[in-house]
Design a protein around this ligand. Structure first.
Ligand SMILES: Nc1ncnc2c1ncn2[C@@H]1O[C@H](COP(=O)(O)OP(=O)(O)O)[C@@H](O)[C@H]1O
Ligand SMILES: [Mg+2]
Length: 341
């Protein structure tokens, strides 16, 4: 039986660290001995660029190893089965793999949307709603993966709806600002609607009769990850604290009750009172070194950043404090996804 768990990292707001969090959490889970496949489902391919460097992106074009080409048998009605993807392997982290993105993946959005809404009458589209799930499951089997982390685009596209509905769990990366509070407000309506639609697909005989079946599952909320705020004396600065409070308020009064109605929560004992999985402050100058070396901030070495003396001592402290944060975050994910709470 396939025990690989899929976690969607989703917020339709851009720039809230979805991609960065997928990469950092993936790396950390892999360093704890889990086999992890990160999926770049955003046609902007930021995750692919982060992992492979932009040189790697150029080389991707002609190879049959990205999400769009892998799904083409279903979407372009080729008479062959979807095959698992040969993932990109990460030299420095042998348990970590990337299923690369493709800039043209978004072209499948309209057809997928049709298949998710009017499939009652169209047998030709019956294989699409379950196709991404099938591809991810087959790829997970090929690598004997424990986790699939899905990096999603900043939109309410049909592809995102599908990815959300086929996930076991989801995490909402967010930033302490006005727009993130508004995003949380709108997700309180959107996610339950998506779930209702998933139930409809799960019950649809034509779709359940398809080669690629639509899975029967209820995505469960793991928590918010708040990022990119400034700190003073180890505390978010005043301006940011106000938005932390607002995010907590919206989460507790609107978001959680709307998820609860659809059984999209784990047991109460799994969560802390704020539903915040981690608070990750601004990486500041460390982010540039991380990007240069295609690795997470917390894995940077003295050699990577070429500093010495007091400057290195200070950077080293920051690196280890980020390492602790991401290690704690990964431990929470491990605990919650094994439902040991
Ligand atoms: N904690 C952080 N500190 C500083 N910069 C960050 C942090 N997290 C992400 N970034 C940067 O912010 C930008 C947006 O992050 P990204 O992960 O691409 O967001 P998203 O995928 O939600 O659009 C990127 O340039 C990224 O390097
Ligand atoms: Mg992104």
């Amino acid at each position: 039986m396939l025990t690989c768990k899929k976690i969607a990292f989703f917020n339709h707001k851009g720039g809230v660290s979805k991609t960065t969090t997928v990469f950092n959490v993936g790396w950390m889970l892999a360093s704890k001995g889990k086999k992890v496949i990160m999926v770049d489902a955003d046609s902007q391919c930021n995750l692919t660029g982060m992992v492979m460097g932009f040189k790697g992106l150029d080389e991707l074009d002609d190879n049959y190893n990205n999400i769009k080409d892998a799904l083409s048998p279903a979407f372009e009605s080729r008479p062959k089965l979807i095959e698992p993807v040969e993932c990109f392997e990460i030299d420095e982290q042998s348990n970590l793999y990337l299923l690369p993105g493709n800039i043209k993946f978004a072209e499948y959005d309209i057809t997928l949307g049709m298949s998710q809404t009017i499939s009652d009458s169209l047998v030709t589209l019956q294989n699409l709603p379950g196709s991404i799930n099938y591809l991810l499951d087959e790829t997970a089997k090929r690598y004997d993966a424990d986790y699939i982390l899905i990096d999603m685009s900043p939109s309410l596209s049909s592809i995102n709806q599908n990815l959300f509905m086929i996930s076991d769990y989801f995490i909402i990366p967010t930033a302490p600002d006005y727009f993130s509070v508004m995003a949380l407000d709108s997700l309180s309506d959107v996610l339950p609607k998506w779930y209702t639609q998933a139930i409809r697909l799960q019950k649809n005989e034509i779709i359940q009769d398809a080669e690629y079946k639509f899975p029967t599952k209820t995505p469960k909320f793991l928590g918010n990850v708040i990022q990119q705020f400034n700190v003073r004396s180890n505390q978010p600065t005043e301006g940011f604290r106000k938005w932390f409070k607002k995010i907590n308020e919206y989460t507790n009064t609107k978001f959680i009750p709307s998820l609860n109605k659809k059984s999209m929560l784990l047991n109460d004992s799994c969560y802390n009172e704020n539903y915040i999985l981690a608070e990750i402050s601004n990486f500041n100058s460390l982010i540039t070194y991380a990007q240069e070396h295609n690795k997470p901030v917390f894995s940077l070495t003295q050699e990577d950043i070429k500093q010495s003396g007091a400057v290195w001592t200070s950077s080293k402290e920051k690196i280890s404090s980020f390492k602790k944060l991401f290690s704690d975050l990964a431990n929470s994910i491990l605990r919650m996804t094994n439902e040991e709470c």
